[in-house]
Design a protein around this ligand. Structure first.
Ligand code: MG
Ligand code: MG
Length: 276
């Protein structure tokens, strides 16, 4: 995006952010169900059906289905697939690392969240990849609570990932987080790595999807012939975690969780505050 073309940020009222939390709660339940259904022998299409049924029962709609023609309600990205994998007849195998990215719209408000699950028996290196990516996301979320600028999020993710002992993991730079609200993808961009730009100021009403993607090898990616599925070019495994988070005048609240992120943020010294 060209700097001069940066669209304006949509700042939300408390009532709007509470509506976004309702959308996030439906999404959280749908992801719970999809993660629980992920097992060897299941197809990625099976998980999409499980996810879609939870949305339907809750009276929510999908922001993924039909997005630029996307044909499903979740993205299922397996092993070297980074993001935007299309659910289909692929049968999950023991040891697959699967990222499930989904979203929900309720009363016109969007939520967006992703989790990684290891199907069956985990390779310890894949488990480490998922654990570090999830922790990196929580460090980024904590920086939204304590920082001044959106750039502080990427700095926190980058610093955390660099601090992890052992074999280095790569942070993807081709894909970033984003603002969210009356649409799924809005300004501003939210890089998951250190840049030279501090970005917009963090202030009440800002709602962001924070979504680090980490890889065990090179951060170079390519898009498959289906025009959606993003893969690592070296075939090494990849992982994504994502939450939608709101900033209000009393603090932050993680919209795509039932507890606002309290349990996961406690070790980082951040106490989320319900939206007034
Ligand atoms: Mg997502
Ligand atoms: Mg997103």
């Amino acid at each position: 995006r060209m700097a001069f073309g940066q669209p304006r940020i949509e700042y939300k009222t408390n009532a709007q952010m509470r509506s976004m939390h309702e959308a996030g709660l439906v999404l959280s339940q749908a992801l719970d169900a999809a993660v629980a259904a992920a097992a060897p022998g299941k197809t990625t299409k099976d998980l999409d059906a499980v996810f879609a049924s939870v949305l339907k029962d809750a009276g929510a709609t999908s922001n993924f289905l039909g997005y630029h023609g996307f044909p499903a309600t979740i993205c299922t990205s397996v092993n070297e697939e980074v993001v935007h994998g299309i659910p289909g007849d692929r049968v999950l195998q023991d040891g697959d690392i699967l990222s499930i990215d989904g979203g929900a719209i309720l009363d016109g408000w969007h939520s967006d969240s992703a989790r990684t699950v290891i199907v069956g028996t985990a390779d310890p290196e894949d488990q480490r990849l998922s654990d570090v990516t999830e922790a990196a996301m929580w460090h980024g979320i904590a920086a939204l609570a304590t920082g001044k600028f959106v750039g502080d999020i990427g700095n926190a993710v980058d610093d955390y990932v660099s601090s992890v002992p052992g074999k280095a993991l790569g942070i993807l730079e081709d894909y970033v987080g984003h603002g969210i609200g009356s649409e799924m993808h809005m300004a501003p961009d939210v890089p998951n790595y250190r840049t030279n730009h501090r970005g917009p100021k963090i202030r009440p009403g800002l709602c962001l999807a924070i979504e680090p993607m980490l890889v065990r090898g090179s951060i170079e990616t390519a898009v498959l012939d289906d025009d959606w599925t993003v893969v690592t070019t070296d075939g090494k495994r990849s992982c994504q975690w994502e939450h939608s988070v709101a900033v209000h005048e009393k603090g932050i609240w993680v919209l795509s969780t039932p507890d606002g992120g309290a349990a996961k943020l406690a070790p980082l010294g951040v106490v989320p505050v319900p939206i007034p």
